[in-house]
Design a protein around this ligand. Structure first.
Ligand code: AVI
Length: 337
């Protein structure tokens, strides 16, 4: 068993100063001010995930209405078995698996159980603490696996010191849908550069489907998604000296058919003014802050996106009724930027 701290290039710590018991994150403040000055107010969804937001997200994954998490988890053992057969037919001696946005490390387990060729595992995530705990648990279950943990913003280009083994990226959860299509293409291109020639990428993609099913997944009856969405207001109050009244904003999640995405917003219930770090922002009644997009893709649409980033689809596994897809992409040698 070996866990090492991530190699330095990806150990990025945000610039912080202390503010009455909390650390003010200047990147967060800049992004908030820039986003709320836009004609359509907007916030980057990555700021959902403080400790409380991550807890809410774990609860979302347990909801009946939120099908993506459990559907992907149920599909993974079959994927792992077939992947094992596929890998056995390739000139692959050993695999280093790199999980992007690793979080709880629950989804990697079926792959590690089935694919004994995975000798090394690199877990990358923005939140280091969560990951350290999860990787210690993983090391107990897989004592022969070499595990590396690296904290960093995997949405940016990163350099990893990888071994000679065949690299395989793993990006489950349909998190790719939270990027704009151009950002998704950039992410895939960067990941391809990180993983190198001949590498693979296994990723979860949420598919286009019945509008009702989509909207139910983001408007659950227990209002957990609403709390997850509003937590970003709590976080701004706490960390950025803001004075949002949570009961004066409501959660809104709608499917935008033209753009093929679920949009989450926080809608101001009244006309109001909010202060953030000394700057005032005016809200009209009904005006929204756009907090998240979750793009849904037909498999063929996703193929185009992947090939724009130099990846070719090797395999696809579809959940019953095609409600979720897991794809294996290959960085074939003959593909050039
Ligand atoms: C993390 N991501 C894939 C989730 C999604 O479905 O877009 C985030 C989420 N937002 C609301 N519910 C779940």
């Amino acid at each position: 068993m070996r866990i090492s701290a991530g190699n330095s290039p990806v150990c990025v710590w945000p610039n912080k100063t202390k503010k009455s018991g909390y650390f003010m994150n200047h990147g967060f403040l800049q992004d908030v001010l820039a986003g709320l000055r836009l004609p359509q107010k907007a916030l980057p969804p990555k700021y959902f995930y403080d400790a409380q937001g991550s807890e809410y997200f774990d609860k979302i994954c347990e909801l009946d209405e939120y099908y993506p998490y459990r559907t992907e988890l149920a599909l993974l053992p079959e994927v792992a078995q077939e992947l094992k057969q596929y890998v056995a037919q390739q000139p692959i001696e050993s695999i280093q698996l790199v999980e992007f946005g690793a979080g709880s490390l629950r989804k990697v387990k079926p792959l590690l159980q089935e694919l004994s060729l995975i000798k090394e595992f690199v877990a990358l995530d923005i939140s280091g603490e969560h990951l350290k705990k999860a990787s210690a648990d993983l090391a107990e279950s897989f004592p022969d696996l070499q595990i590396k943990v690296a904290q960093g913003d995997f949405t940016k280009p990163i350099e990893l010191e990888l071994s000679e083994a065949t690299s395989m990226g793993f990006f489950p959860g349909s998190t790719i849908g939270n990027f704009e299509p151009e950002e998704a293409s950039d992410f895939l291109r960067n990941a391809r550069a990180t993983l190198g020639e001949g590498s693979y990428m296994l990723l979860g993609v949420d598919t286009k489907k019945d509008q009702q099913m989509l909207e139910r997944a983001y408007n659950d009856s227990k209002d957990i998604t609403a709390r997850f969405n509003k937590n970003i207001l709590t976080r701004m109050n706490r960390e950025l000296d803001a004075n949002f009244h949570l009961d004066q904003f409501e959660h809104l999640a709608i499917y935008n058919q033209d753009l093929g995405r679920i949009e989450m917003h926080l809608r101001s219930c009244i006309q109001q003014e909010v202060q953030i770090a000394g700057e005032s922002f005016q809200f009209k009644e009904g005006e929204t802050i756009h907090t998240e997009n979750s793009y849904k893709y037909h498999p063929e649409e996703f193929d185009q996106l992947a090939s724009s980033a130099g990846w070719q689809r090797e395999k696809i596994w579809l959940a019953p009724d095609g409600i979720f897809a897991i794809m294996l992409l290959h960085n074939a040698d003959n593909v050039r930027d």
